[in-house]
Design a protein around this ligand. Structure first.
Ligand code: RIB
Length: 290
C-alpha cells in the first residue's frame, strides 16, 4: 500500500524577533535563516523519517530544486514533483522569544498545479493507497473527490484554514487532522471541550484528530475515543510541529499501530521538533524518539 502526499513545498525565510510585529510597527530581527518547509513537504519528510514509503507530488519553480534534493535525501520519492516557470512558494516566518511564530505565505508554484498533472499522478496509485492533503496547493476539492472515487484512504489537514475549506467535499475524508484554529473555522465558535464532540458529529465517517499544542490531542472514531497530554518541552520554534505530528501519526496507523500508540509517538516527535529551530530540519528521526 503506497502513500501519496500531494502538497506544498516552500522556502522558509525565518526571522528571529523579540515579539511578532504589530500592525504599523517596524522591528529588526536578531537572526535570519533559510530553511526547507511547506506543510506538504514537512509532512512527507516526517512520514519518511518515521519509516514510511512516501511519494511527494507538487510543484516548484526553477530555484526550488534544493527542496526536492533535500526531501529525496530523507528517502521521499520525488518522481511526481514537477518544475515549472512560476517561482517556488515561500514563507516569511517570524519566530519570537517564546518560540511562537507568525507566517506569511507566497504560494507561487504551489497554486499552479494543473488538473492533468493531478490526473496523471493519481493514475499511478490504486485502491487502498493513502492520499494525504493539506490546504497549501490548488485543486484540493478535486483531489479529495478523485481520491474517494479511486478508492484511496483520503487524509486531510485543512491547514492553513480558509473559508474555501467549507466548500470541499469533506464527507469523503477518512482521516481529518485539525488544530484548534482549523476546528473553529470548520465549526464556528465553540468552547474547547465541545470541539472533538462537534467534529465527530459533523464527520461521523472519519477518524478525527484534534491537536491542541501544549494541551495535548484528542482522537475520535466510530470505534474509540481518547485524549493524550502533550510532552512538556521548552519551545525554541514551534514551526513544523503539527506537520511532524501528522507524519508520525499517519505512518503509525499505516504500520498497523493502535491509534493510541501512533498518537503517543506523534506527540513525542512533535515535542522534539519544537525544541529545535526550523521546520523540516527539526523533525526527529525514530532513534531520537527513544
Ligand atoms: O507548518 C509549517 C509550514 O507552514 C512552514 O514550513 C511554512 O512553509 C508554512 O507552509
Amino acid at each position: 500500500m503506497k502513500i501519496l502526499n500531494f502538497g506544498s513545498l516552500n522556502i522558509d525565510l525565518v526571522y528571529q524577533v523579540d515579539h511578532i510585529a504589530r500592525p504599523g510597527e517596524t522591528i529588526a530581527s536578531s537572526a535570519h535563516e533559510v530553511f526547507a518547509g511547506g506543510k506538504g513537504a514537512n509532512q512527507s519528510a516526517a512520514l519518511a523519517l518515521a519509516g514510511a514509503e512516501v511519494f511527494h507530488a507538487g510543484q516548484i519553480g526553477p530555484e526550488g530544486q534544493w527542496l526536492v534534493d533535500k526531501l529525496a535525501g530523507f528517502g521521499v520519492n520525488m518522481m511526481y514533483t514537477l518544475t515549472g516557470e512560476t517561482p517556488t512558494g515561500h514563507a516569511i516566518i517570524q519566530v519570537d522569544n517564546q518560540g511562537q511564530n507568525s507566517i506569511v505565505l507566497f504560494p507561487g508554484a504551489n497554486k499552479k498545479i494543473s488538473h492533468s498533472a493531478i490526473d496523471s499522478t493519481l493514475s499511478h496509485f490504486a485502491q487502498g493507497d493513502t492520499l494525504l492533503l493539506q490546504n497549501e496547493i490548488n485543486g484540493i476539492d478535486y483531489l479529495i473527490a478523485q481520491g474517494k472515487e479511486r478508492g484511496f484512504k483520503v487524509c486531510f489537514n485543512p491547514a492553513p484554514y480558509g473559508p474555501e475549506v467549507l466548500a470541499y467535499p469533506l464527507h469523503f475524508v477518512d482521516l481529518l487532522i485539525v488544530n484548534e484554529t482549523e476546528a473553529r473555522g470548520l465549526l464556528g465558535p465553540a468552547v474547547p471541550d465541545q470541539l472533538i464532540d462537534r467534529l465527530a458529529a459533523a464527520w461521523p465517517q472519519a477518524q478525527i484528530v484534534l491537536t491542541l499544542g501544549e494541551q495535548g490531542a484528542h482522537y475520535s472514531s466510530a470505534q474509540e475515543r481518547f485524549y493524550l497530554p502533550a510532552t512538556p518541552i521548552d519551545a525554541v520554534d514551534t514551526t513544523g510541529a503539527g506537520d511532524t505530528f501528522i507524519g508520525y501519526f499517519l505512518q503509525g496507523l499505516i504500520a498497523d499501530m493502535a491509534p493510541q500508540v501512533a498518537m503517543q509517538r506523534a506527540i513525542t516527535a512533535a515535542a522534539l521538533c519544537v525544541a529545535k529551530p526550523g521546520a523540516m530540519d527539526s523533525i526527529p528521526t525514530t532513534t531520537e524518539l527513544i
